[in-house]
Design a protein around this ligand. Structure first.
Ligand code: FES
Length: 161
């Protein structure tokens, strides 16, 4: 069965296409919209966007592959991306990542058995002054959580229902 976008997503993408001088400029919002609908970006989603936007699949794929915020595999309801770049790593981000994975009983890029969480690393998310930090994305929100502490992992996870 071929994928289809819901009408509201189609009209959002068409509106974005008219906003910019070049069609390619609408690729990031379109990829975000598709990710909201399908949960991840697969080759079928790339094809769908290519047809919807009249942009070659290779061009859609280039943009998709360049950015790390688009999911290449299934993620949990809450996808926790722990920044492990230099500033965060200097204050324990890698240890935090390891403790978080142990707590959730997953390896990086795996989804918990209940489908609620997935964890991955991210490059600098621009919040170095409040390191270590993580970005948590879900269908409804995209939040930064800062000054993370291993001894507060339960409290941190408890924020997500
Ligand atoms: S290094 Fe982690 S936010 Fe910059």
């Amino acid at each position: 069965m071929s994928l289809t976008l819901p009408p509201e997503s189609k009209s959002y993408i068409q509106k974005e296409l008219k906003r910019y001088e070049t069609k390619e400029s609408a690729l990031i919002p379109a990829l975000f919209e598709a990710q909201k609908v399908f949960g991840l970006i697969t080759p079928e989603v790339i094809d769908l966007l290519s047809k919807e936007m009249d942009i070659p699949t290779s061009r859609v794929n280039e943009v998709f592959e360049f950015y790390t915020m688009f999911n290449k595999s299934k993620v949990g309801k809450y996808h926790i991306q722990v920044c492990t770049n230099i500033s965060c790593s200097m204050v324990g981000a890698r240890e935090y990542m390891q403790a978080l994975c142990e707590k959730l009983n997953v390896k990086p890029c795996e989804v918990t058995a209940d489908g609620k969480f997935s964890v991955s690393t991210a490059e600098c998310l621009g919040s170095c002054g409040t390191a270590p930090m993580a970005e948590v994305t879900s269908r409804d929100a995209d939040e930064y959580h800062e000054n993370l502490k291993i001894n507060e992992i339960d409290k941190f996870l408890g924020k997500f229902k």
